[in-house]
Design a protein around this ligand. Structure first.
Ligand SMILES: *[C@@H]1O[C@H](CO)[C@@H](O)[C@H](O)[C@H]1NC(C)=O
Ligand SMILES: *[C@@H]1O[C@H](CO)[C@@H](O)[C@H](O)[C@H]1NC(C)=O
Ligand SMILES: *[C@@H]1O[C@H](CO)[C@@H](O)[C@H](O)[C@H]1NC(C)=O
Ligand SMILES: *[C@@H]1O[C@H](CO)[C@@H](O)[C@H](O)[C@H]1NC(C)=O
Length: 435
């Protein structure tokens, strides 16, 4: 624990150094026009920055899992889930252990569990020859994995990865269109997919948090738990140690599916899930997190307030999420605006105020955070340009007492993840691997 704290302070020091550096370099842009390059270098060399880091009296002690990860259910659609057994991915994720792995995001509320082994058979043969071969290869690699004991790892042939990248690129267009039109199709998670997801978390030393579909509702608008129950029974049978969530950004259901779930309804649904967990012996003491509201503006704040009042006691930590930038941003400078960095402090203050009012001791999590939403921005949100935002997020959250920060996303298609599709670490991962 003290080790973790100390290294965290080093992270903060780097972060402050960044902050101090950035005005200098922007000021020097004008300066450069008038002076020779070597003088500019002199100027920078002589700018000595002293940092006084006091490690004797901690400002905060951090949760061992403070820096945690999120994986979006869209990896079921674009096919990357099948590659989570990759040795490289597991090794990179293991570098951040101990940590939580939240399986959740926009598609949480469109997930349908089917207790089937093989999705390739469930879907029927692929539309073209290559795709069929590729699916056969996946089935073959699954069979090889089944023969392994304990943590199951695979090395996938280059040809298979090549086909997968093509498939993911095509699927990305479909997923993006869904997100922009706010019109989502269902996503199937089979028992086989759940096995793969759990195997990844388990191999990497991450504790899985699974987001259940909250939009599966009965005619009277109460939550229909039948699909969740079948998933719980399956995973309990496998002794999968999982924590749970219900739904994603419930404040946006009205615009997403023209169906609103108010705070008292949502609280009742969480209470029902808690009861359900208690009824499955293996999960009777498992943790439940929520309600995962989006940016705390007026409606989301009201929802959180009512939820805390009516059902706040059933969650083990209160969660909300934050994405800094939308896709209209095209410049590096946009990522460096202090106004943008300040948006987080503002949100933390709002969320903590509500939680303190109803449950002063309840832990609060930044349950999902990314530089940009809807896959991010090519060549920006996955580069060092977004590193300042990311380190600032960790520094501010630690300082203001946020218990856990879950980064969206560890691995996926798009431009806001920590690992790219060649399984190489991106700046977002390198920036934190020293913490
Ligand atoms: C709940 O959903 C299941 C399908 O998952 C359906 O069979 C069942 O009738 C639903 N229950 C109610 C009360 O609507
Ligand atoms: C919340 O929604 C339910 C239906 O889902 C409704 O019966 C109830 O009256 C609503 N409560 C409030 C306070 O609006
Ligand atoms: C499940 O995981 C949690 C968190 O890592 C741990 O505290 C708990 O002891 C585990 N439970 C079992 C039954 O292994
Ligand atoms: C990313 O941006 C850098 C710097 O602006 C440029 O050199 C590089 O070609 C760009 N890469 C891609 C793939 O667009």
């Amino acid at each position: 624990m003290p080790g973790r704290f100390f290294s965290q302070m080093c992270g903060l020091a780097v972060w402050w150094a960044f902050l101090i550096q950035s005005p200098i370099s922007s000021a020097s842009t004008t300066y450069r026009r008038h002076v020779a390059a070597d003088k500019r270098q002199n100027f920078l060399e002589r700018t000595l920055i002293l940092l006084d880091v006091n490690t004797r009296s901690p400002v905060r002690l951090l949760n061992d899992n403070f820096l945690s990860l999120q994986v979006d259910p869209s990896i079921l659609k674009n096919g990357w889930l099948d590659f989570l057994s990759s040795k490289r991915l597991v090794t990179l994720a293991r570098g951040l252990s101990p940590a939580y792995l939240r399986f959740g995001g926009k598609r949480t509320d469109f997930l349908q569990f089917h207790n089937l082994k093989n999705l390739a058979k469930f879907r029927g043969p692929g539309p073209d020859y290559y795709l069929k071969n590729y699916e056969d290869d996946i089935v073959r690699s699954d069979i090889a994995l089944d023969k392994q004991k304990g943590c199951k790892l695979a090395s996938h042939p280059d040809m298979m990865l090549e086909l997968q990248r093509e498939k993911a690129a095509q699927m990305q267009q479909v997923l993006l269109k869904e997100q922009l039109s706010n019109h989502y199709s269902d996503v199937t998670i089979t028992a086989r997919s759940l096995d793969k997801l759990y195997n990844f978390a388990d191999c990497a030393g991450l504790h899985l948090i699974f987001g259940l579909n909250a939009l599966h509702r009965n005619p009277d608008n109460s939550w229909n738990a039948s699909s969740a129950l079948s998933l719980l029974k399956y995973s309990a049978g496998k002794k999968y140690n999982i924590s749970w969530e219900l739904g994603n950004e419930p404040n946006s259901y009205r615009t997403m599916v023209a169906r609103s779930v108010n705070s008292s309804r949502l609280a009742q649904d969480y209470i029902m899930l808690k009861t359900l967990l208690q009824s499955v012996r293996y999960y009777s003491r498992s943790n439940l997190y929520g309600p995962n509201i989006g940016r705390p503006r007026k409606n989301a704040i009201l929802l959180l307030d009512g939820f805390m009042k009516n059902g706040g006691s059933v969650v083990d930590a209160v969660t909300w999420q934050h994405f800094y930038i939308d896709r209209r941003v095209t410049k590096v400078e946009d990522f460096l605006k202090t106004r943008l960095l300040d948006t987080l402090t503002d949100q933390i203050t709002k969320v903590l105020k509500i939680v303190k009012m109803h449950a002063p001791d309840k832990r609060v999590w930044l349950g999902g955070v990314g530089p940009a939403w809807a896959g991010g921005i090519s060549n920006l949100s996955d580069t060092f340009a977004a590193g300042l935002l990311w380190l600032n997020t960790l520094g501010i959250s630690a300082m203001q007492g946020i218990d856990v920060v879950l980064r969206h996303s560890f691995f996926d298609y798009g431009y806001s993840h920590l690992v790219d599709q060649q399984f190489n670490p991106l700046p977002g991962l390198l920036a934190v691997s020293a913490l």
